[in-house]
Design a protein around this ligand. Structure first.
Ligand code: HPA
Ligand code: ZN
Length: 334
Protein backbone atom coordinates (compact mmCIF):
# COMPACT_ATOMS: atom_id res chain seq x y z
CA UNK A 1 0.00 0.00 0.00
CA UNK A 2 1.13 3.52 -0.83
CA UNK A 3 1.14 6.22 1.87
CA UNK A 4 -0.79 8.35 -0.60
CA UNK A 5 -3.70 5.87 -0.40
CA UNK A 6 -4.13 6.04 3.38
CA UNK A 7 -7.40 7.86 4.21
CA UNK A 8 -6.35 11.04 6.04
CA UNK A 9 -7.69 13.84 8.18
CA UNK A 10 -5.77 17.11 8.38
CA UNK A 11 -6.19 19.08 11.62
CA UNK A 12 -3.42 21.68 11.50
CA UNK A 13 -3.53 23.71 8.31
CA UNK A 14 -3.45 27.51 8.01
CA UNK A 15 -5.35 28.35 4.84
CA UNK A 16 -3.15 31.44 4.32
CA UNK A 17 -0.19 29.06 4.43
CA UNK A 18 -1.43 27.27 1.30
CA UNK A 19 -0.83 30.32 -0.92
CA UNK A 20 1.48 28.91 -3.59
CA UNK A 21 3.90 31.35 -5.30
CA UNK A 22 2.03 30.91 -8.62
CA UNK A 23 -1.29 31.99 -7.08
CA UNK A 24 0.47 34.80 -5.16
CA UNK A 25 1.80 36.22 -8.47
CA UNK A 26 -1.57 35.76 -10.17
CA UNK A 27 -3.51 37.52 -7.38
CA UNK A 28 -0.93 40.31 -7.12
CA UNK A 29 -1.56 41.02 -10.82
CA UNK A 30 -5.34 40.60 -10.62
CA UNK A 31 -5.60 43.00 -7.67
CA UNK A 32 -2.80 45.43 -8.56
CA UNK A 33 -0.96 44.68 -5.31
CA UNK A 34 2.80 45.29 -5.31
CA UNK A 35 4.89 42.40 -3.95
CA UNK A 36 8.66 42.48 -3.43
CA UNK A 37 9.27 39.62 -5.92
CA UNK A 38 9.62 39.58 -9.71
CA UNK A 39 9.05 35.88 -10.29
CA UNK A 40 7.78 32.63 -8.81
CA UNK A 41 11.41 31.50 -8.50
CA UNK A 42 12.30 34.61 -6.52
CA UNK A 43 9.41 33.95 -4.14
CA UNK A 44 10.53 30.34 -3.61
CA UNK A 45 14.10 31.47 -2.95
CA UNK A 46 12.88 33.82 -0.20
CA UNK A 47 11.54 30.81 1.77
CA UNK A 48 14.60 30.23 3.93
CA UNK A 49 13.68 30.61 7.58
CA UNK A 50 15.72 30.76 10.78
CA UNK A 51 12.82 30.56 13.23
CA UNK A 52 9.05 31.09 13.54
CA UNK A 53 9.23 34.90 13.36
CA UNK A 54 11.33 34.96 10.18
CA UNK A 55 8.60 32.87 8.55
CA UNK A 56 5.69 34.90 9.93
CA UNK A 57 7.14 38.15 8.50
CA UNK A 58 7.05 36.69 4.97
CA UNK A 59 3.76 34.86 5.48
CA UNK A 60 1.86 37.98 6.60
CA UNK A 61 3.37 40.01 3.74
CA UNK A 62 2.30 37.38 1.18
CA UNK A 63 -1.29 37.43 2.46
CA UNK A 64 -1.61 41.05 1.24
CA UNK A 65 -2.53 39.77 -2.25
CA UNK A 66 -5.76 38.26 -0.86
CA UNK A 67 -8.46 40.88 -1.32
CA UNK A 68 -11.79 39.56 -2.56
CA UNK A 69 -14.24 36.77 -1.77
CA UNK A 70 -13.12 35.13 -5.03
CA UNK A 71 -9.46 35.25 -3.87
CA UNK A 72 -10.29 33.42 -0.65
CA UNK A 73 -12.37 30.94 -2.65
CA UNK A 74 -9.53 30.29 -5.11
CA UNK A 75 -7.01 29.88 -2.27
CA UNK A 76 -9.19 27.39 -0.39
CA UNK A 77 -10.27 25.47 -3.48
CA UNK A 78 -6.66 25.01 -4.61
CA UNK A 79 -5.82 23.54 -1.19
CA UNK A 80 -8.81 21.17 -1.27
CA UNK A 81 -7.89 19.85 -4.71
CA UNK A 82 -4.34 19.25 -3.47
CA UNK A 83 -5.66 17.55 -0.33
CA UNK A 84 -7.93 15.28 -2.40
CA UNK A 85 -4.83 14.06 -4.27
CA UNK A 86 -3.41 12.93 -0.88
CA UNK A 87 -6.68 11.07 -0.09
CA UNK A 88 -7.62 13.57 2.62
CA UNK A 89 -11.21 12.88 3.66
CA UNK A 90 -11.68 15.54 6.36
CA UNK A 91 -10.00 18.90 7.10
CA UNK A 92 -10.13 21.28 10.05
CA UNK A 93 -8.78 24.53 8.68
CA UNK A 94 -7.40 27.58 10.50
CA UNK A 95 -7.96 31.09 9.21
CA UNK A 96 -6.44 34.29 10.60
CA UNK A 97 -9.11 37.02 10.18
CA UNK A 98 -6.93 39.69 11.84
CA UNK A 99 -4.33 39.37 9.05
CA UNK A 100 -7.06 40.61 6.73
CA UNK A 101 -9.27 42.92 8.81
CA UNK A 102 -6.10 44.88 9.76
CA UNK A 103 -5.69 45.58 6.01
CA UNK A 104 -9.29 46.74 5.63
CA UNK A 105 -10.71 43.47 4.25
CA UNK A 106 -14.11 42.74 5.79
CA UNK A 107 -14.44 39.68 8.03
CA UNK A 108 -17.39 38.44 5.97
CA UNK A 109 -15.43 38.62 2.68
CA UNK A 110 -12.84 36.26 4.19
CA UNK A 111 -15.35 33.92 5.79
CA UNK A 112 -17.71 33.78 2.78
CA UNK A 113 -14.92 32.99 0.31
CA UNK A 114 -13.43 30.22 2.44
CA UNK A 115 -16.84 28.80 3.32
CA UNK A 116 -18.06 28.69 -0.30
CA UNK A 117 -14.98 26.65 -1.22
CA UNK A 118 -15.43 24.29 1.75
CA UNK A 119 -19.02 23.63 0.62
CA UNK A 120 -17.78 22.90 -2.91
CA UNK A 121 -15.10 20.66 -1.38
CA UNK A 122 -17.78 18.56 0.25
CA UNK A 123 -20.11 18.36 -2.75
CA UNK A 124 -17.46 17.92 -5.47
CA UNK A 125 -14.57 16.19 -3.69
CA UNK A 126 -16.32 14.49 -0.76
CA UNK A 127 -14.04 16.26 1.75
CA UNK A 128 -15.84 17.26 4.95
CA UNK A 129 -14.55 20.22 6.93
CA UNK A 130 -14.62 22.41 10.01
CA UNK A 131 -13.38 25.98 10.26
CA UNK A 132 -11.25 27.24 13.17
CA UNK A 133 -10.75 30.97 13.76
CA UNK A 134 -7.25 31.71 15.07
CA UNK A 135 -6.42 34.78 17.13
CA UNK A 136 -3.01 36.36 16.45
CA UNK A 137 -1.28 36.13 19.82
CA UNK A 138 1.20 38.95 19.09
CA UNK A 139 -1.79 41.32 19.07
CA UNK A 140 -3.69 42.33 22.22
CA UNK A 141 -6.40 40.39 24.04
CA UNK A 142 -8.75 43.32 23.35
CA UNK A 143 -8.17 42.94 19.62
CA UNK A 144 -8.83 39.20 19.91
CA UNK A 145 -12.07 39.94 21.79
CA UNK A 146 -13.15 42.37 19.05
CA UNK A 147 -12.46 39.65 16.46
CA UNK A 148 -14.50 37.16 18.49
CA UNK A 149 -17.41 39.64 18.42
CA UNK A 150 -17.28 39.56 14.60
CA UNK A 151 -17.45 35.75 14.69
CA UNK A 152 -20.40 35.47 17.09
CA UNK A 153 -23.08 35.68 14.34
CA UNK A 154 -21.35 32.79 12.53
CA UNK A 155 -21.39 29.90 14.97
CA UNK A 156 -23.04 27.88 12.19
CA UNK A 157 -19.91 28.16 10.01
CA UNK A 158 -17.09 28.53 12.56
CA UNK A 159 -16.64 25.54 14.82
CA UNK A 160 -13.76 26.44 17.09
CA UNK A 161 -11.21 29.09 18.01
CA UNK A 162 -7.42 28.73 18.12
CA UNK A 163 -4.28 30.71 18.87
CA UNK A 164 -1.34 31.20 16.52
CA UNK A 165 1.51 33.57 15.52
CA UNK A 166 4.59 34.49 17.62
CA UNK A 167 4.50 32.15 20.60
CA UNK A 168 7.31 33.16 22.97
CA UNK A 169 6.28 36.10 25.17
CA UNK A 170 2.59 35.62 24.36
CA UNK A 171 1.44 32.83 26.68
CA UNK A 172 -2.05 31.33 26.55
CA UNK A 173 -2.88 33.13 29.85
CA UNK A 174 -3.01 36.41 27.87
CA UNK A 175 -6.23 35.12 26.24
CA UNK A 176 -8.07 33.45 29.14
CA UNK A 177 -11.06 35.83 29.02
CA UNK A 178 -11.32 35.65 25.23
CA UNK A 179 -11.46 31.85 25.31
CA UNK A 180 -13.96 31.91 28.22
CA UNK A 181 -16.25 34.06 26.10
CA UNK A 182 -15.70 31.89 23.02
CA UNK A 183 -16.61 28.72 24.92
CA UNK A 184 -19.70 30.41 26.38
CA UNK A 185 -20.74 31.17 22.79
CA UNK A 186 -20.42 27.47 21.89
CA UNK A 187 -17.02 27.37 20.18
CA UNK A 188 -14.61 24.53 20.86
CA UNK A 189 -10.97 25.54 21.34
CA UNK A 190 -7.44 24.57 20.38
CA UNK A 191 -4.12 26.44 20.69
CA UNK A 192 -0.60 26.40 19.31
CA UNK A 193 1.65 25.63 22.28
CA UNK A 194 5.05 24.06 22.79
CA UNK A 195 6.30 24.73 19.25
CA UNK A 196 8.94 27.31 20.27
CA UNK A 197 7.39 28.06 23.66
CA UNK A 198 8.03 26.05 26.84
CA UNK A 199 5.94 23.14 28.18
CA UNK A 200 4.36 25.57 30.69
CA UNK A 201 2.46 27.10 27.76
CA UNK A 202 0.93 23.68 27.02
CA UNK A 203 -0.19 23.41 30.65
CA UNK A 204 -1.71 26.92 30.46
CA UNK A 205 -3.54 26.08 27.22
CA UNK A 206 -5.10 23.05 28.94
CA UNK A 207 -5.89 24.64 32.32
CA UNK A 208 -6.82 28.18 31.29
CA UNK A 209 -8.07 27.88 27.70
CA UNK A 210 -9.56 24.37 28.12
CA UNK A 211 -8.39 23.34 24.66
CA UNK A 212 -9.40 20.02 23.04
CA UNK A 213 -6.10 19.70 21.16
CA UNK A 214 -2.58 21.13 21.29
CA UNK A 215 -1.17 22.37 17.97
CA UNK A 216 2.49 21.29 17.70
CA UNK A 217 3.18 20.47 21.39
CA UNK A 218 6.50 18.85 20.54
CA UNK A 219 8.26 20.45 23.55
CA UNK A 220 6.02 18.46 25.94
CA UNK A 221 8.76 15.83 26.22
CA UNK A 222 10.71 18.26 28.44
CA UNK A 223 8.11 17.74 31.21
CA UNK A 224 7.47 14.13 32.29
CA UNK A 225 4.40 14.99 34.39
CA UNK A 226 2.88 16.82 31.43
CA UNK A 227 3.49 13.84 29.12
CA UNK A 228 1.80 11.56 31.64
CA UNK A 229 -1.21 13.88 31.72
CA UNK A 230 -1.40 14.23 27.91
CA UNK A 231 -1.29 10.43 27.60
CA UNK A 232 -3.85 9.87 30.36
CA UNK A 233 -6.28 12.42 28.91
CA UNK A 234 -5.39 11.46 25.31
CA UNK A 235 -5.07 15.15 24.36
CA UNK A 236 -4.19 15.13 20.65
CA UNK A 237 -1.01 16.81 19.39
CA UNK A 238 -1.22 18.12 15.82
CA UNK A 239 2.43 17.71 14.84
CA UNK A 240 3.84 19.25 11.64
CA UNK A 241 7.20 17.59 10.84
CA UNK A 242 8.28 19.53 7.72
CA UNK A 243 7.28 22.81 9.38
CA UNK A 244 9.37 21.96 12.43
CA UNK A 245 12.46 21.42 10.28
CA UNK A 246 11.89 24.55 8.13
CA UNK A 247 11.48 26.69 11.27
CA UNK A 248 14.47 25.01 12.95
CA UNK A 249 12.57 23.47 15.86
CA UNK A 250 14.56 20.36 14.83
CA UNK A 251 17.69 20.55 12.67
CA UNK A 252 16.73 17.53 10.55
CA UNK A 253 13.72 15.26 10.14
CA UNK A 254 15.81 12.35 11.46
CA UNK A 255 16.12 14.26 14.75
CA UNK A 256 12.37 14.91 15.02
CA UNK A 257 10.82 13.52 18.20
CA UNK A 258 7.61 12.23 16.55
CA UNK A 259 8.51 8.56 17.05
CA UNK A 260 9.30 9.24 20.72
CA UNK A 261 5.94 10.97 21.12
CA UNK A 262 4.22 7.92 19.61
CA UNK A 263 6.23 5.53 21.79
CA UNK A 264 5.17 7.50 24.87
CA UNK A 265 1.53 6.71 24.01
CA UNK A 266 0.60 10.27 22.99
CA UNK A 267 -2.20 10.86 20.49
CA UNK A 268 0.06 12.18 17.71
CA UNK A 269 -1.16 13.29 14.27
CA UNK A 270 0.76 14.38 11.14
CA UNK A 271 -0.17 17.67 9.45
CA UNK A 272 1.27 20.21 7.01
CA UNK A 273 0.83 23.60 8.82
CA UNK A 274 1.72 25.97 5.94
CA UNK A 275 2.51 23.64 3.03
CA UNK A 276 3.18 26.33 0.40
CA UNK A 277 6.01 27.63 2.60
CA UNK A 278 7.34 24.44 4.16
CA UNK A 279 7.87 22.21 1.14
CA UNK A 280 5.11 19.66 1.33
CA UNK A 281 1.44 18.83 1.80
CA UNK A 282 0.21 16.17 4.22
CA UNK A 283 1.15 13.24 1.97
CA UNK A 284 4.71 14.52 1.68
CA UNK A 285 4.85 15.00 5.47
CA UNK A 286 3.85 11.33 5.89
CA UNK A 287 6.29 10.08 3.23
CA UNK A 288 9.32 12.02 4.42
CA UNK A 289 8.67 11.37 8.12
CA UNK A 290 8.17 7.65 7.51
CA UNK A 291 11.50 7.53 5.70
CA UNK A 292 13.48 9.67 8.16
CA UNK A 293 12.20 7.84 11.25
CA UNK A 294 11.67 4.39 9.68
CA UNK A 295 8.05 4.30 10.85
CA UNK A 296 6.43 0.88 10.45
CA UNK A 297 2.95 0.07 9.13
CA UNK A 298 1.44 -0.06 12.62
CA UNK A 299 2.80 3.39 13.44
CA UNK A 300 1.43 4.78 10.15
CA UNK A 301 -1.94 3.25 10.88
CA UNK A 302 -1.98 4.72 14.40
CA UNK A 303 -1.15 8.17 13.00
CA UNK A 304 -3.99 7.93 10.48
CA UNK A 305 -6.46 6.68 13.11
CA UNK A 306 -5.42 9.34 15.63
CA UNK A 307 -6.30 12.13 13.19
CA UNK A 308 -9.89 10.93 12.81
CA UNK A 309 -10.23 10.26 16.56
CA UNK A 310 -8.87 13.75 17.31
CA UNK A 311 -11.22 15.45 14.84
CA UNK A 312 -14.39 17.32 15.77
CA UNK A 313 -16.50 14.90 13.72
CA UNK A 314 -19.45 13.05 15.33
CA UNK A 315 -18.67 9.58 16.70
CA UNK A 316 -20.43 7.66 13.93
CA UNK A 317 -18.48 9.51 11.23
CA UNK A 318 -15.24 8.77 13.06
CA UNK A 319 -16.14 5.06 13.17
CA UNK A 320 -16.81 5.06 9.44
CA UNK A 321 -13.43 6.68 8.71
CA UNK A 322 -11.64 4.26 11.05
CA UNK A 323 -13.18 1.36 9.15
CA UNK A 324 -11.83 2.89 5.91
CA UNK A 325 -8.34 3.21 7.43
CA UNK A 326 -8.53 -0.41 8.54
CA UNK A 327 -9.62 -1.54 5.07
CA UNK A 328 -6.76 0.40 3.44
CA UNK A 329 -4.19 -1.28 5.66
CA UNK A 330 -5.78 -4.73 5.24
CA UNK A 331 -5.90 -4.45 1.45
CA UNK A 332 -2.15 -4.95 1.07
CA UNK A 333 0.53 -4.70 3.74
CA UNK A 334 2.48 -1.41 3.70
N1 HPA B 1 3.05 28.69 14.43
C1 HPA B 1 2.49 29.83 14.82
N2 HPA B 1 1.76 30.58 14.03
C2 HPA B 1 1.56 30.18 12.77
C3 HPA B 1 2.13 29.01 12.31
C4 HPA B 1 2.90 28.22 13.19
O1 HPA B 1 3.44 27.15 12.86
N3 HPA B 1 1.74 28.89 11.01
C5 HPA B 1 0.98 29.96 10.72
N4 HPA B 1 0.87 30.75 11.78
ZN1 ZN C 1 0.40 26.23 12.81
Amino acid sequence: MQIQDIPKAELHLHIEGTLEPELMMQLAKRNGVAIPYKSVDEIRKAYEFSDLQSFLDIYYAGAAVLQTRQDFYDLTWAYLERAAADNVRHVEIFFDPQTHTERGIAFDVVLDGIHDALEAGESKLGITSRLILCFLRHLSADEAMATLELALPHTDRIHAVGLDSSEVGHPPSKFTEVFDRARDAGFLSVAHAGEEGPPEYIVEALDLLHVRRIDHGVRCLEDAALVERLVREQIPLTVCPLSNVKLRVFDTLAEHNLAKLLDAGLCVTINSDDPAYFGGYIGENFVQTQKALALNAQQLKTLAENAFKASFLPADDIERHLADVDAAFNATPA
